[in-house]
Design a protein around this ligand. Structure first.
Ligand code: TD4
Ligand code: ZN
Ligand code: CA
Length: 283
């Protein structure tokens, strides 16, 4: 069932769990995510970046994801991840996305607020909810100094002003995670998360969660994270299986025997994350 991101995240915020937000770029990834959510009776976000839009095409993705969402009983939010411009957001609003992220995190605070407020006005007029980001996601070093942290990580005072002036529905914050693989084990700034959550009392989003250990994820959820983005670990689940099959049998060329098992492997990874996040049985 296709629903807005806000509907899913308001429930997660009230009930203290997190919803998995999984990036998809093709039919197999999409089927894996939606089948896992249905099996686990879990609400879920299916999300697409601008890279996915240009790879698969806006209309192909739109038709596929809407069909997938309608074919299951659990709530599915169809989300734009890291939307880079008002134009991209408009494309998604016209094509049935039910949640959009506008990422103005690289702009100065006032510009980020102005861009986000403009997106909120357009999206809310279409009944679509909005995610924005404040602070910058890290590189992968373990030892970031306090000064560097203050420059990069989300400032709690700025977060209050950002939410009040932009009207955003859920906020992505920077507390020490990074996109992609980590060199060491990332250390999250839990005190900062705790302060921000208590101040804002709204759904909070964690990006870059592939490679973060299970204990840190659980602690982050206990302190108020409600949406958790996973991409890299799904890419690895898919490509590890493809590599395994191709190297076990150099003569295989039936695509279904290669990417069918890859789809199963992604589904297993999504189920593992859904359970870790405590979203199983919440739909
Ligand atoms: O927002 N994301 C996913 C980012 C995906 C980037 O995709 P493109 O190559 O199409 O730009 C996350 O926060 C996931 O982070 P993770 O650490 O899980 O990869
Ligand atoms: Zn991200
Ligand atoms: Ca990561």
């Amino acid at each position: 069932m296709l629903v807005t991101g806000k509907e899913i995240l308001d429930h997660a915020h009230k009930n203290g769990y997190a919803v998995g937000a999984f990036n998809v770029v093709n039919m197999e990834m999409l089927q894996a995510v939606v089948a896992a959510a249905e099996e686990e009776k879990a609400p879920v976000f299916v999300q697409t970046t601008e890279g996915a839009l240009s790879y698969a095409g806006v209309e192909y993705l739109s038709v596929m994801v809407k069909k997938a969402a309608e074919s299951v009983s659990v709530p599915v939010a169809f989300h734009l991840d890291h939307g880079g411009s008002f134009d991209t957001v408009m494309k998604c609003l016209r094509n049935g996305w039910s949640s959009v992220m506008i990422d103005g995190s690289h702009f100065a605070l006032d510009e980020n607020i102005a861009l986000t407020a403009k997106v909120v006005e357009a999206a809310h007029a279409c009944g679509v909810s909005v995610e924005a980001e404040l602070g910058r996601l890290g590189g992968v070093e373990d030892n970031i100094s306090v000064d560097e942290k203050d420059a990069m990580y989300t400032d709690p005072e700025e977060a209050k002003r950002f939410v009040a002036e932009s009207g955003v529905d859920y906020l992505a914050i920077a507390i020490g995670t990074a996109h992609g693989k980590y060199k060491g084990i990332p250390k999250l700034d839990f005190d900062r998360l705790d302060t921000i959550k208590k101040d804002l009392n709204m759904p909070i989003v964690l990006h870059g969660a592939s490679g973060v250990d299970a204990e840190s994820i659980k602690k982050a959820i206990s302190l108020g994270i409600n949406k958790i983005n996973i991409d890299t670990e799904l890419r690895c689940a898919y490509t590890d299986k493809v590599r395994e099959i191709l190297s076990a049998d150099p003569d295989v060329f039936d695509l279904r025997k290669i990417i069918g098992p890859a789809r199963e492997n992604v589904k297993a990874k999504v189920i593992e994350k859904i359970r870790l996040f405590g979203a199983n049985g919440k739909a």
